[in-house]
Write a protein that binds this ligand. Structure first.
Ligand code: AHM
Ligand code: MG
Length: 332
């Protein structure tokens, strides 16, 4: 599936992107440049995150984002950093961000890509020094090049993604992405300011033994999910939950497991956003040999209706996601 077998571990992200461009002839190199713009913005944000405790940038800013949740200062900073890098980079005609209510038109009407971004996911964890992440998803625009982009460029099905990735600001910082030819991970070397290929051709185990969800909501989950979780416990699977999607997802990708955010009484469509969180991670997990479902259908086949819609998410090792779908079907 992955045609980069010849690439040695330890090459830089820039070189990797360049070699891929040569190998697959991304027509004009615009996608390569866009990926480099994202990597650069992530380095800047990584610096801000690392010194967050010192620079008085933690804590609440006092404003709320479009979903009515309190915005943290670093959320705002991350949003600004990524939007600026993406606008200046010139490779996207429109941006949608989890932090912004409407489409952002970049003015680059000749650019052929649009991007969806969650600039800083899991930000309620910042103050406690726990891992946080950036998630992104890239689509080819639908409207003609040169015209002003519209909503239909931004609400495409997940199976139309051209690329998707995340950056996990954890005990080390890692950038993981796919352009539909496998998944590769690059660890950041702070002292050199470079990402290096550390996790080539990532694959998730088909069977896993980790389940990750907010069990505090157990009695608000649908019965089928309660049943599945009970089975996990009967089998003595490990419960692991950071409450930071990128961190939970990344661990399960490496070790084999499933992440669940089911519907709850409070959030009947779950909590996670389809466009900024579910679609990009679904693309990545499928490229790594795993599955992503909303309980009824493949996440990548959902036709989004609006920018900030939510979806239940079950994602990870394929046999675990299948078992959840089976439970949901039986209980229907
Ligand atoms: P955010 O986008 O406001 O940061 O919320 C998303 C986060 C995910 O990172 C995490 O998996 C989930 O919310 C945790 O939710 P909960 O606190 O309900 O378990
Ligand atoms: Mg988020």
């Amino acid at each position: 599936k992955n045609e980069n077998l010849a690439l040695p571990v330890g090459i830089t992200l820039d070189r990797f992107i360049m070699r891929n461009q040569e190998a697959f002839q991304f027509a004009s190199g615009e996608l390569s440049q866009l990926l480099r713009d994202i990597a650069l913005a992530s380095k800047i944000l990584n610096r801000e995150i690392n010194r967050a405790g010192l620079a008085d940038v933690t804590g609440l800013l006092g404003s709320q984002n479009v979903q009515g949740e309190a915005q943290q200062k670093l959320d705002v900073i991350a949003d600004i950093r990524f939007l600026r890098a993406l606008k200046n980079g010139g490779e996207v005609c429109a941006i949608i961000s989890e932090e912004e209510p409407e489409i952002i038109l970049t003015g680059n009407n000749h650019a052929k890509y649009v991007i969806a971004i969650d600039p800083l996911d899991g930000s309620s964890n910042i103050d406690s020094n726990v891992s946080i992440g950036t998630i992104f998803s890239i689509f080819r625009r639908k409207t003609p090049i040169g015209s002003v982009p519209s909503l239909k460029d931004c609400i495409q099905r997940g199976d139309e993604q051209v690329a998707a990735g995340y950056i996990l600001y954890g005990s080390s910082t890692i950038l993981v992405y796919t352009t539909g030819k496998g998944v590769n991970g690059f660890t950041y070397d702070n002292s050199l300011g470079e990402y290096f290929l550390s996790h080539p051709q990532m694959q998730v185990n088909q069977e896993g033994t980790i389940f990750s969800c907010n069990e505090g909501n157990f009695y608000d989950f649908p019965e089928c999910i309660q049943e599945y979780l009970t089975e996990c416990k009967q089998k003595r699977y490990a419960g692991r939950y950071i409450g930071s999607l990128v961190g939970d997802f990344h661990r399960n990708l490496l070790k084999g497991g499933v992440y669940l955010y089911p519907p709850t009484r409070h959030n009947p469509d779950g909590k996670l956003r389809l466009l900024y969180e579910c679609l990009p991670l679904a693309f990545i997990i499928e490229q790594a040999g795993g599955k992503a479902s909303d309980g009824k259908q493949r996440i990548l086949e959902i036709q989004p209706q609006n920018l900030h819609q939510r979806s239940p998410l079950y994602i990870g090792s394929s046999s675990m996601v299948e078992a959840i779908e089976e439970c949901c079907k039986e209980m229907d």
